[in-house]
Design a protein around this ligand. Structure first.
Ligand SMILES: Cc1cc2nc3c(=O)[nH]c(=O)nc-3n(C[C@H](O)[C@H](O)[C@H](O)COP(=O)(O)OP(=O)(O)OC[C@H]3O[C@@H](n4cnc5c(N)ncnc54)[C@H](O)[C@@H]3O)c2cc1C
Length: 508
């Protein structure tokens, strides 16, 4: 007698089967797009909740988004709801933030960044009157980069080297071979403004001194589409996407750890789970870290382009230390997003990215979601997280030993700067350090954003969304083209529409 199928397929479901490994934003978006293109989709997630880096920690009545909190380019989410015949606004309340965030410089001065050009110019003028004209010129340049780099090229597959050759003139014209900091420094002189206009690559794991000036597009992206927060937390977007997949009669299986991708005659044919279950499929999409996908999930020798030696040489992004905590009492003077800059900029970034040493100083990002949505904490309380960019584990730090001291140092810095006396009010606390990214998210060296976004790991040079040498295998997520961050990983899924055949043309 054969064992009954644990996840039976309805007998009348004749759609070709697509398996998606991983339920990060890239994997969920890929599943929705494949569902809309005629596939029966099964998402396999090794953890007990979906979201990957965007999972949710709930403790002591507080809701903490583990990862992304800043939602830009909301139309990429709207597209997914539209594909399912729904309206995002009927399901998720995306709140436009004003200001987007506050930058607090080491000298105590602040800059509230907004999408209102006049208020922004006035704020820039208060910091450095002589830089207003340069700021205007920088924003014009940022808009041009955004138009080309994001709107025109953000969803081009870059599957052939000729794609790269075709964009080379634009890249050169937009200073894509230079760094973001280099670009910004051409326009403004004030060191604080140079930081304010160049720090954005850090949102996607890049060093402003080596990430391509193409990332200068983020300032315009924010102005054009705003900075949003999902009421209920970013986790509400994850749950909403899971609902969309189920609404397409797709499946999201939690606790399903994929051990390997079945490759037969050069083509992906399904996966085998760690418990031995085999799941056959017409195509496989991997949202697992690319190094893990090519290094561990595909059979040895199946890929020529992403051999172990090449993967080992690749530069991984920085990592993060994140402290989540809740306080009794609310801090109305702390805005939703604050970026606290330390005494050093380039020196600190060199420590993190190049020297991989843990510095004595730091720059921090402080998140207070209860500024927008008090329901994320019990009444009269605030939820926070504070994040510090740190070297990835190639630096050899022993975080099990360091974590508590580091958390204490961050607490002291918050106490000294924007939250005096808060330590007595803490009622709940947890930390996440680079070991989490290595062990839970299978990221080499605990990289928080997968492969570092440098020019020679971008576009055609980055792992393609259609595997270069394994048929029926597709890749989405932070380590693939175009890169990390919510707009990046949602765009990686959007590219599948161009490279995956429509389900109706696939024979099962
Ligand atoms: C702390 C933090 C803050 C951030 N803040 C922002 C922000 O404010 N705005 C922004 O735009 N971006 C932000 N980012 C970046 C953004 O969160 C990520 O780039 C993005 O969420 C990554 O999505 P992904 O599709 O690559 O999947 P991931 O989130 O990496 O998920 C991959 C999933 O695959 C699963 N998986 C892996 N291997 C297997 C396997 N073998 N079998 C089954 N499942 C498997 C994993 O368990 C995981 O769930 C932040 C990142 C971090 C870490």
């Amino acid at each position: 007698m054969t064992a009954p199928l644990r996840h039976p397929v309805p007998v009348d479901d004749r759609r070709p089967h697509a398996v998606v490994i991983g339920s990060g934003f890239g994997g969920l978006a890929a599943a929705i797009r494949l569902g809309a293109r005629g596939y029966r989709v099964t998402v396999l997630e090794r953890h007990d909740q979906p979201g990957g880096r965007a999972r949710v920690f709930r403790q002591d009545g507080f809701t903490f988004d583990a990862g992304p909190t800043i939602v830009t380019a909301p139309f990429l989410f709207e597209d997914l709801w539209t594909l399912c015949g729904k309206r995002l606004a009927d399901h998720i309340d995306l709140v436009a933030l004003d200001p987007f965030y506050r930058l607090r410089f080491h000298d105590g001065s602040t800059l509230d960044c907004t999408g209102d050009p006049e208020r922004m110019r006035a704020a820039v003028g208060r910091l450095s009157p002589s830089d207003v004209a340069g700021y205007d010129r920088f924003m014009a340049q940022s808009e041009e980069i955004c138009r080309i780099g994001f709107e025109e090229l953000g969803h081009v597959p870059f599957g052939s080297f000729m794609d790269m050759v075709r964009v080379a003139p634009d890249l050169l014209r937009l200073s894509g071979h230079r760094s973001v900091h280099h670009l910004v420094s051409k326009y403004v002189k004030d060191e604080r403004l140079r930081i304010a206009l160049s720090f954005h690559p850090l949102f996607v794991g890049g060093n402003p001194f080596s990430a391509s000036a193409i990332y200068g597009l983020i300032a315009a992206l924010e102005r054009r589409w705003g900075v949003h927060f999902a009421r209920g937390g970013t986790g509400a977007l994850v749950s909403g996407m899971v609902d969309l997949i189920r609404g397409q009669a797709g499946t999201v299986r939690l606790g399903a750890d994929v051990a390997r991708i079945i490759v037969e005659e050069g083509a992906a044919r399904g996966v085998v789970l760690a418990d031995g279950e085999t799941i056959r499929a017409e195509l496989v999409v991997s949202n697992a870290d690319v190094t893990h996908t090519y290094g561990k999930l595909v059979p040895e020798g199946a890929t020529k382009r992403w051999r172990p030696a090449k993967l080992k040489r690749a530069s991984q992004s920085m990592s993060l230390f994140v402290w989540y905590f809740g306080t009794k009492g609310r801090r109305a003077d702390v805005p939703h997003h604050t970026i606290l800059l330390g005494p050093r900029y380039q020196g600190l970034l060199d420590d993190i990215f190049r020297r991989k040493t843990l510095a004595a100083d730091f720059s921090l990002y402080l998140h207070r979601p209860t500024a927008t949505d008090p329901s994320l904490a019990p009444p009269g309380h605030d939820a926070f997280y504070v994040l510090s960019p740190v070297p990835n584990l190639a630096g050899g730090q022993d975080w099990d030993r360091l974590a508590e001291t580091y958390r204490e140092r961050i607490a002291a810095e918050l106490d000294r700067t924007v939250m005096p006396g808060f330590r007595d009010q803490i009622v709940t606390s947890r930390v996440m350090h680079p070991g989490h990214f290595r062990d839970e998210l299978l990221a080499p060296f605990g990289a928080a954003f997968s492969l570092e976004p440098v020019l020679l790991q971008s576009a055609w040079f980055r792992p393609h969304n259609r595997s270069e040498d394994i048929a029926n295998l597709y890749l989405v997520g932070a380590g693939t083209h175009p890169g990390a961050g919510l707009p990046g990983v949602l765009s990686s899924a959007r590219i599948l529409d161009q490279v995956v055949p429509h389900g109706s043309t696939v024979t099962t």
